[in-house]
Write a protein that binds this ligand. Structure first.
Ligand SMILES: *Cc1c(COP(=O)(O)O)cnc(C)c1O
Length: 344
């Protein structure tokens, strides 16, 4: 298929990157099969519009509301797809994931639905609410001390000892393909787009979205949006190799990743138009906009893409613009403070 040729032959990818990664990079075909696997299980989330947002930007905006997805974020798509792809044997033994956030809950939830045991490695100081939610989905929680222990090491040990399959949050073919189904649904529902704005942590959602947009709306320009304090993906995009940064200080806790994946990076380089950043103040303003005007609860990270449009970081006057709202899992007390207008 054309899009695969484009990806593999794109000049932005060095010969070395291609030979290392292209054999296992997902394609739009994988997004199609992921969509088929999650059909009837993941919610087909609504596409929201707002006259006020359109007037403010001069554009026609289409918001894909993944804050209303099962588990409260798009992560359910990739997690469910990755578990569904395992062999019967691997399903019996179970899976392991490490995360304090939405990926862990998505793996526990998707595992429960497919009767696959899950082990989730979480920091001892993770919010009690998140630990309880993960246990509630049937996940076995293993706590670790994030100052003295290495979670990847614990993950490797558990997978060796118990034969568990490790499912990473973004750098995985089936995870990327699953995440791409949100943009696929969006474009199939509203038609071709001029622009698509997607938030970026490790780049799984962006990579999957880019595969879908390139196939379904070839002239669509794709933008990745990061918190200003943690612009490792923007730096990687500009310099052409994966840049690592210290853990950024931002309210966008779902985008505190410090480097892109070996699979997400080359897809971004080949298909994305530009990478931009927004401030925490813009995120708070956007959370309040969603609450007041559109009556939806969003988490700070979920507002990255919308903030770039509403604050003119990516000019979109006169364009048809797709925006993914990535999640809505926010602690109620913190949410109340954000709405009241302070950052704490
Ligand atoms: C995980 C997550 C992100 C970042 O996704 P990546 O695939 O790591 O880029 C953004 N928003 C929310 C709500 C998330 O849970």
């Amino acid at each position: 298929m054309e899009e695969h040729l484009f990806l593999n032959q794109h000049p932005a990818m060095s010969a070395q990157t291609q030979s290392q990664a292209s054999s296992s990079l997902p394609t739009y075909d994988d997004v199609i099969t992921a969509a088929w696997r999650i059909a009837g299980v993941a919610h087909r989330t609504p596409v929201l519009t707002s006259r006020t947002a359109d007037e403010r930007t001069g554009a026609t905006l289409f918001f894909k509301a993944e804050n209303l997805q099962r588990g409260g974020a798009f992560k359910f798509r990739g997690a469910y797809n990755a578990i569904a792809r395992l062999s019967d044997d691997a399903k019996l033994r179970g899976v392991v994931a490490f995360s304090s956030g939405n990926h862990a809950q998505a793996i526990a939830y998707a595992g429960q639905l497919q009767k696959v045991p899950t082990v989730i490695i979480m920091p001892k100081d993770a919010p009690a609410m998140k630990v309880e939610a993960t246990k509630g989905y049937g996940g076995e929680v293993v706590l670790y001390d994030r100052y003295t222990e290495d979670r990847e090491e614990i993950g490797r040990r558990l997978s060796e000892e118990r034969g568990l399959t490790l499912i990473p949050p973004y750098d995985h073919e089936d995870v990327i393909a699953g995440q791409g189904t949100a943009a696929k649904e969006l474009i199939e529902e509203v038609g071709p787009l001029d622009m698509l704005l997607v938030c970026v942590g490790g780049g799984g959602l962006l990579a999957g979205s880019a595969l879908a947009a390139q196939a379904l709306s070839p002239s669509c320009r794709i933008y990745g949006v990061e918190p200003e304090a943690g612009n490792d993906a923007q730096q990687s995009f500009r310099t052409g190799s994966v840049v690592r940064i210290p853990v950024p200080v931002t309210i966008a806790d779902g985008a505190q990743t410090t480097y892109m994946g070996q699979k997400t990076f080359p897809i971004m380089r080949a298909l994305v138009t530009d990478m931009v950043t927004v401030t925490d103040e813009m995120l708070v303003d956007t959370m309040r906009f969603f609450a007041e005007r559109m009556k939806i609860v969003t988490e700070p990270t979920g507002c990255l893409a919308a903030a770039a449009a509403l604050h003119g970081v990516v000019p979109c006057k006169g364009k048809r613009v797709g925006i993914i709202i990535s999640g809505g899992n926010v602690d109620p007390k913190a949410y109340a403070r954000f709405l009241a207008g302070n950052m704490g």
